[in-house]
Ligand binder design. Structure first.
Ligand SMILES: Cc1ncc(COP(=O)(O)O)c(C=O)c1O
Length: 383
């Protein structure tokens, strides 16, 4: 029988959300006419580029500190990329932003990990240059800024809904004015079904009742045949592999599934935000002064809805191993170096990519999970 409840890096859907049939309300701005739903934030970025009238050969300014997948839609749209640096507060560096936008026709800024970036200089610069600003809110569902849902004061904003809540797919595009030029195509039911099954399995594998976990582990073991137990333990704790198709122009009109829309409507939006903030604050209090690890953010901003608790760790592999040994997952934020970024010009962003770990704070966790996570981190720090 599985003794320890694994701590996953992503939430699973609650049984209530899976069974919900009624149509709960969508939060602002997703209930309004300015939002369209897409398969992912990547598709939404492609749609944003087209709705804003960007043409092949034009340049868009983008942050060098990036996951990489947010660059692909622009490259597929034939745009050139001009990179800018990010400051210690994870906001665009104003001098670097001004340089990168000098010959650009648009700019994109990112609200990393659910923390609203300070966009005042970027907004002033894009206003002076007369170019549109796209806010990448892929991590920032339920975050706010200037008293509004995040992203609503720029020309466009994109969201990756499935990063914050457990959905088989889902992205969204907010356009302040204008319209998308495409009608969204429904995704393949097979892919939606496969992704949903993985999410349900995650919920069962991390269920508070040991016999539910054991039954799901047994089902998976029987399905997979004999597997190396160490590997199985890592897989159990690690995050889910998404069945999103890699972005190409062929997928640029792929919509969000009706199942994701239903699960999004069934989500308790305020409770998700409150739970993430609460878990973050628990980690903040416990890990502010731990040797070998530095929290990326000094305090939780009242507008933030954190995706993870981000820390910089030099010995990232040893900490990940220590966590995995206790079935605790954490997300290495972006080990892949996208070849379009001139990394030699952005050494700090590269170090962040190599050393940044996102500790889970999501809504499926219980306080005991956070305590266990803290215990493992502190024990690792002492060795
Ligand atoms: C900052 C950022 N923007 C955009 C994306 C793309 O989101 P999606 O996976 O929904 O396409 C990601 C993906 O990981 C990301 O980290």
């Amino acid at each position: 029988m599985t003794q320890v409840r694994p701590v996953s890096s992503m939430p699973g859907p609650s049984v209530a959300a899976l069974l919900a049939r009624g149509m709960g309300p969508l939060p602002r701005p997703f209930d309004g006419p300015n939002v369209t739903f897409w398969n992912s934030a990547r598709v939404a970025l492609w749609q944003a580029a087209h709705a804003l009238g960007l043409r092949p050969g034009q340049t868009i300014a983008v942050p060098a500190f990036c996951c990489g997948s947010e660059l692909d839609p622009f490259l597929a749209a034939g745009l050139k990329l001009s990179f800018f640096a990010i400051g210690d507060d994870l906001s665009p560096d104003p001098v670097s932003f001004a340089q990168a936008t000098e010959h650009a026709s648009a700019a994109m800024v990112t609200h990393y990990l659910g923390f609203p970036a300070d966009l005042r200089p970027a907004k002033e610069i894009t206003r002076q240059r007369g170019i549109p600003l796209i806010e990448d809110c892929a991590h920032a569902l339920y975050a706010t800024q200037d008293g509004k849902p995040i992203g609503m004061t720029s020309e466009a904003a994109v969201f990756s809904l499935r990063k914050t809540i457990a959905l088989p797919d889902g992205g969204a595009l907010y356009l302040k004015t204008g319209q998308v030029r495409t009608v969204a195509k429904p995704p393949s039911p097979d892919i939606v079904q496969r992704s949903t099954r993985k999410l349900v399995s995650l919920t069962l594998r991390t269920h508070p009742l040991a016999f539910v976990r054991a039954a799901e582990d047994l089902r998976r073991r029987m399905k997979a045949g004999r597997r190396n137990p160490a590997q199985a333990k890592l897989e159990a704790a690690d995050d889910i592999q998404w069945d999103l198709q890699p972005f190409t122009a062929d997928h640029s009109d792929l919509g969000m599934s009706s199942r994701s829309l239903r699960l999004f409507r069934a989500s308790d939006h305020e409770a998700v935000r409150a739970s993430r903030r609460r878990h973050y604050q628990m980690l903040e209090a416990a890990l502010s002064d731990v040797r070998g690890l530095k929290p990326m953010k000094s305090r939780l901003h009242p507008d933030a809805c954190p995706l993870f608790f981000p820390v910089l760790v030099e010995e990232i592999a040893t900490l990940r191993r220590a966590l995995a040994n206790e079935s605790v997952a954490a997300k290495h934020m972006w080990p892949l170096l996208h070849p379009a970024v001139p990394w030699e010009r952005f050494p700090r962003e590269r170090i962040w990519k190599e050393n940044m770990l996102g500790l889970p704070v999501h809504q499926s966790l219980q306080d005991g999970d956070i305590d266990r996570l803290v215990h493992v981190v502190k024990r690792w720090s002492r060795t």
